[in-house]
Write a protein that binds this ligand. Structure first.
Ligand code: PLP
Length: 433
């Protein structure tokens, strides 16, 4: 496979180079086979696609706009377009996949869906799709994430979903996925597992990619319309990798379009408290049914990831991203907690858009790392930041004290996170009004 070749044949796509595969209990293999077969049919089925397309348009609100962010553009000296997934119903890209997979469950005759959630966005999206399509729904969520994302927990409950707290380990996304898998092993006959990101055992990485590629397909057409040409670069944050693979896929065969994934640098890669498995050059191991770079100790035990944003707090990454990195088609860089928090504030003030903390990682890179070869770029604004308010404001206060929201506080122009690893905050920043 060449770097620019998208992997389009579902069913022949269980691996991406050496990554991916199916490392699952035998009881799940028939369900994965059934899912793979079903998707191979539904993917080409005009009736299914029309049903999905109508829901994405009328229920989700697609197409999402591609917005020229004028003040960010002025600040960095190039055209920065935001792909506004934050404007989708439920506030993030996760709904594209959740509706698609819940429709697949319906077509498989499964009345119950389960899912894991970190930031709560995928949980809310799945709970929403389950309500819409009249499916029973159980969401597994680490109690640490429940604490960080209480409004989303309340939303899920209001939508009629059972939120199952997960107490084990670091009580975040990894444990939630493990619990959801355990449920699935026992209930596979009548339950579909709605995987929330482009990770896990095949065929999940391909299905999630196929359901999210609408982001890039739309963005590609929109930028041709708005700018008259393709962008020089497409940027997205990477947790498990679904919004990134969703926007990258449409550009894989455009060699002049650079693809940049931004991973959670947490407290810094050297501290071990991060989730930047690709930028950190971590070795492959097995997590959640797939062979992929993963945070592990020297005995292969999975380590906890760390990120200020719950949605990026995952110790592995989708296998296709690992292959895109190895083949050189995409590049991955880390952005740390402190920088993401400051970008959260900067973008709110520059554009009147409160970005998700996850997306803020990508936005920090765009705002602060010089990109002399880029004149036009698209950033995937994967979600809105309302869910993060309390947690992010507490984080900013911890960094900068009670003045963190004073209107004169700003990030310095041209602040280079690579040169300024200690994240020591605003020094000579231009005032943002
Ligand atoms: C708004 C938002 N962006 C990004 C992510 C990261 O997920 P992924 O890498 O699958 O896009 C999440 C995960 O919950 C999210 O809620």
């Amino acid at each position: 496979m060449t770097p620019g070749t998208p992997f389009t044949e579902i069913g022949s796509e269980r691996r991406f180079g050496p990554y991916g595969g199916r490392y699952v209990p035998e009881t799940l293999l028939p369900a994965l086979d059934e899912l793979e077969r079903t998707w191979a049919t539904l993917r080409e089925d005009a009736g299914f696609q029309a049903e999905l397309g109508t829901l994405l348009r009328d229920f989700v609100g697609r197409p999402s706009p591609l917005y020229l962010a004028r003040r960010i553009s002025e600040r960095v000296g190039r055209e920065v377009y935001l792909k506004r997934e934050d404007l989708n119903h439920t506030g993030a890209h996760k709904i594209n996949n959740a509706i698609g997979q819940c429709l697949i469950a319906k077509h498989m005759g499964k009345p119950r869906v389960i899912a894991e959630t970190g930031a709560g966005q995928h949980g809310v999206a799945t709970a929403t799709a389950a309500a819409l399509l009249d499916l029973e729904c159980v969401i597994y969520m680490g109690v640490e994430d429940m604490r960080r994302q209480m409004p989303n927990v309340q939303r899920m409950r209001l939508l009629g979903t059972t939120v199952q707290p997960v107490e084990s380990g670091a009580r975040t996304l990894k444990e939630a996925v493990s619990q959801a898998f355990r449920d699935w092993v026992a209930t596979v006959e009548d339950t579909h597992y709605v995987m929330g990101t482009a990770a896990g055992a095949a065929p999940f990485p391909s299905i999630v990619r196929d359901l999210q590629r609408i982001i890039g397909d739309e963005a590609r057409a929109q930028i041709l319309d708005a700018a008259g040409r393709l962008p020089d670069r497409v940027v997205a944050c990477v947790g498990g990798g679904s919004n990134a693979i969703g926007i990258f896929t449409a550009f894989l065969d455009d060699p002049d379009v650079a693809l940049l994934g931004v991973e959670p640098g947490g407290h810094g890669i050297e501290t071990g408290a991060h989730g930047a498995v690709l930028a950190g050059g971590l070795e492959a191991g097995v997590l959640h049914g797939a062979m992929t770079p993963v945070m592990q100790d020297d005995r292969g035990q999975i380590l906890e990831a760390h990120s200020i944003s719950a949605g990026l707090d995952y110790p592995a990454v989708g296998p296709q991203h690992a292959w895109l990195r190895d083949t050189g088609r995409a590049t991955y860089v880390p952005v740390g907690d402190a920088d993401a928090l400051r970008a959260f504030r900067t973008v709110s003030r520059l554009e009147g858009i409160i970005p998700a903390l996850e997306s803020s990682h990508a936005l920090h890179h765009v705002l602060h790392v010089p990109a002399p070869d880029v004149e036009i770029e698209i950033v995937c604004l994967s979600g809105r930041g309302d869910k993060d308010m309390e947690h992010a404001l507490a984080g900013l206060r911890e960094l900068e004290g009670d003045d963190a929201l004073a209107h004169t506080v700003a990030e310095p122009l041209g602040h280079d996170p690579v040169a300024d690893q200690d994240g020591d905050g605003p020094q000579d920043g231009a005032e943002i009004r």
